[in-house]
Design a protein. Structure first.
Length: 156
């Protein structure tokens, strides 16, 4: 499908093609693939672990907390496949890595289920930083509908 060429480039890690599409064409960067779980290009880049593609999509305005048909964010996709660099890229850009899906599972829970220890360690550290910032009175600029958000641009 013509509208999903950005998804294809994200899923294969073709950063140059992505950049060309984003600069030269009018593309809906948050378009959902209705034939595959309503994934956006960012879901694909995170799932495949292409952190440079993740950064590029976020720079061009991709919604970091876009939801799939199972309510998964791109962070859930990265956690499922053990892509710690993609999680770091999301977190560094101020995207929440703590959102819950429709079953109440966070990316950390998903990483735990699939045995991705490095992801779990990173997500625990990211969660601890968020809690510490809240105790210091810093406010989140993330989605206030979720109790666990991350709006800071620091990296654990």
């Amino acid at each position: 499908m013509e509208g999903l060429k950005l998804h294809d480039a994200a899923a294969t890690g073709d950063r140059d093609a992505m950049e060309d599409f984003l600069k030269s064409e009018k593309i809906d960067i948050n378009l959902k693939d209705e034939e595959y779980h309503n994934y956006t290009a960012l879901h694909w880049a995170c799932s495949k672990g292409y952190s440079e593609c993740v950064r590029l999509l976020l720079e061009f305005g991709a919604k970091g907390t876009s939801r799939s048909d199972q309510d998964w964010t791109p962070a859930h996709c990265a956690a499922e496949t053990g892509r710690t660099p993609a999680l770091r890229a999301l977190y560094s850009a101020g995207v929440s890595v703590q959102k819950k899906d429709k079953y109440g599972d966070t990316p950390r829970r998903i990483a735990t289920i699939y045995g991705h220890v490095d992801c779990v360690k990173f997500l625990i550290q990211a969660g601890a930083e968020i809690a510490a910032k809240r105790q210091q009175g810093e406010s989140d600029s993330g989605d206030s509908s979720d109790d666990e958000t991350n709006a800071e641009k620091s990296e654990p």
